[in-house]
Design a protein around this ligand. Structure first.
Ligand code: ADP
Length: 604
């Protein structure tokens, strides 16, 4: 690389090296780490080495590389033209959203180093701009604030415009607008309009794209996994993808899926994007009757906006997404122009590399966008538009297909959507068939999916009722104290009695006064057998108790009891706590009942 005084620099034109720079930008992500220390610049270069150069030394970077012995970096640096360094400089400042004062300093420095380069004129030069410590903070927020305070953010905007990698025509327009912006007062409505325009131009994915990855075998599996039946459509989509793989051409006809609502047209479009690993964006055309919906309003209009195509590109932030033009058969027409005509331009491979949105007023290349259209009928698609497209019919489903689609896709999808597990809700085929026959009347499966969703919602409420609700035990610590000196036999066999007391305490309900009980209880609520049943039952009988609750495994001990006692008492044997509580409280224990009821309903 020549120094600033080298001859080569003077002969290199700024614009000529842009394409090379664009190709190589990825390599220089390392520059982002650059930081400023006083009047010296410290750069982290791609090989991970950090160099420090003074303002005057910056222009002779190659020397620094050489003295450090990093041959790799040296050879890379040598491949730069001086212009390239300038452009990187420009990009670096843009990426860091540098405060205006720093940008100005860069600008003066660049001017000094590259007096005849375009870059110096690109930068705003403000004489006497100070370089104070607080300006060296590269924190983005602070930089933004700084810009706002200054009221002069055109310098950073200029850097961003340069970094947006737009074609020359668009760049020229932006620079012109920037020039105008600089002369305007911020209070002028025109200022906001121009600013919005420039922001959009910066945001548009002029050169951003995703790399296609097309594996036909994987695409076939993906399509099969996502969709049941629709063999014809899947075959045509695979053919389409295969041809694209072989020919790498985008001038194929536009596929238009035509069929009743809910047969999976949109869903297949989404899968195509997934197969190609492209971004997906759906443009709803139903009811669009103004061509500016597609092509934008001219900026002279108040409240003008770009059209849906440009908006979609801004949303996906890449220039090669899959755009699904949904419901082309429902395009309207009015005195505001024919949107179908605008669409024709969008879909025509001969024209769409230079699509002009009225708002942008510069061309945008749509040739990398993959368009797919959907419609319910071909009858209302404008003929010229229909001519550009290849219609693929998507028929409705049979009862059996609907059942299979429900089991494989709709039910699992709805369960997940409602946060339910397959254990919590199982819809038997008979129920699905009933929903199909008695609650829906359609060719597709959209209502069916909605009805399954309704079932999921109802079950979700039931489950939330059982598992949710305020926990009466929350924030409560229970300490049970058995004073020594009590009857020594009181041991584990008081388990069920203690739990019953606690249940009464927390539910606020009274236990029947004529009940006696015994039984050991495990942490999971199983009731285990205990000893001395005969003594305990006789004592209960003496005390006038009417009902005795005891472990089921103690049932055999009842044989030892006198007949009279057995006749007088009502014995309830229990395996688990639920049965104990149900017998101990009048009318059963509500918690359990509710749970059972909910479980029952879930099963149904
Ligand atoms: P359309 O665009 O034809 O009106 P959608 O693509 O919006 O229909 O499909 C509606 C719903 O039905 C989506 O959730 C979709 O996944 C599902 N669906 C439709 N057909 C199938 C199929 N063959 N296999 C799996 N799911 C399907």
């Amino acid at each position: 690389m020549d120094g600033p005084a080298g001859k080569k620099r003077k002969t290199v034109a700024h614009g000529r090296h842009l394409p090379e720079w664009e190709r190589q930008t990825g390599e220089y992500a390392g520059w982002i780490k650059a930081s400023l220390k006083g009047q010296r610049y410290s750069f982290c270069v791609p090989c991970g080495m950090s160099i420090e150069v003074s303002a005057s030394g910056f222009c002779d970077l190659s020397k620094h590389f050489e003295t450090k012995g990093h041959q790799d970096a040296v050879s890379r640096m040598k491949s730069y033209a001086v212009t390239k360094a300038e452009v990187l400089f420009c990009q670096f400042v843009a990426e860091h959203n540098l405060p205006a004062t720093i940008a100005d300093h860069f600008s003066e420095l660049t001017k000094e180093m590259f007096p005849d380069s375009e870059i110096a004129s690109v930068l705003s030069v403000r004489k006497g701009a100070g370089f104070s410590d607080q300006h060296f903070n590269l924190n983005k927020e602070e930089a933004d604030e700084d810009g706002d305070e200054d009221g002069d953010d055109t310098a950073s905007l200029r850097w961003k415009v340069h970094a947006a990698k737009m074609p020359d025509e668009a760049l020229r327009v932006c620079l012109k607008e920037l020039k105008r912006l600089k002369k305007m007062s911020q209070s002028m409505p025109e200022y906001a309009r121009t600013r919005n325009y420039l922001d959009l131009m910066i945001e548009l994915p002029w050169s951003n794209n995703t790399k296609d990855s097309l594996d036909i075998q994987a695409a076939r599996t993906l399509l099969d996994n996502d969709h049941y039946a629709m063999e014809k459509l899947k075959r045509r989509v695979l053919e389409y993808l295969a041809v694209r793989q072989l020919k790498d051409s985008l001038k194929d006809p536009i596929l238009c899926f035509v069929g009743p609502p809910g047969v999976g047209k949109t869903s297949v479009g989404r899968s195509i994007a997934k197969c190609l690993r492209r971004e997906f964006h759906c443009i709803a055309l139903a009811g669009v009757c103004d061509q500016s919906d597609i092509r934008g309003h001219r900026r002279t209009y108040v409240g003008s906006m770009p059209g849906r195509i440009i908006n979609g590109l801004k949303t996906v932030a890449v220039n090669n997404p899959v755009f699904l033009l949904d419901e082309v058969d429902k395009l309207g027409m009015s005195w505001q122009g024919d949107p179908a005509a605008a669409l024709l331009e969008v879909l025509d491979p001969e024209q769409n590399h230079s699509f002009t949105d009225h708002y942008l007023n510069v061309t945008f290349d749509l040739s990398q966008v993959l368009f797919i259209a959907t419609a319910n009928t071909t009858a209302t698609i404008p003929t010229a538009l229909l001519d550009r497209m290849e219609v693929v019919w998507v028929p409705g489903y049979t009862q059996e297909e609907k059942l299979e689609i429900s089991n494989r896709h709709l039910i699992p999808h709805q369960l997940e959507h409602h946060g339910l597990s397959p254990q919590q809700l199982r819809i038997p085929p008979k129920t699905t068939n009933d929903i199909i026959n008695r609650y829906t009347r359609e060719a597709g499966v959209r209502s069916l999916e909605r009805n399954i969703g309704a079932v999921c919602r109802a079950v979700a409420v039931k489950i939330a009722e059982v598992t949710g609700g305020s926990d009466p035990m929350e924030g409560t610590d229970i300490h049970l104290h058995f004073p020594t000196g009590a009857v020594t036999k009181n041991g584990p066999s008081a388990g069920v009695t203690i739990v019953t007391c606690l249940a009464s305490l927390f539910s606020g309900r009274l236990v029947r006064s004529d009940v006696a009980m015994t039984g050991e209880i495990t942490l999971r609520g199983s009731v285990l057998p205990v000893g001395c049943i005969k003594d305990k039952v006789l004592a209960a009988h003496r005390a006038g108790v009417k009902r005795v609750i005891l472990p089921r495994r103690n049932e055999k001990d009842l044989d030892e009891l006198p007949l009279k006692v057995r006749y007088d008492l009502d014995f309830v044997t229990a395996d688990d706590l639920d049965q104990v509580l149900n017998a101990a409280f009048d009318g059963g224990f509500p918690g359990k009942e509710k749970k059972q009821e909910a479980k029952q309903q879930i099963k149904q």
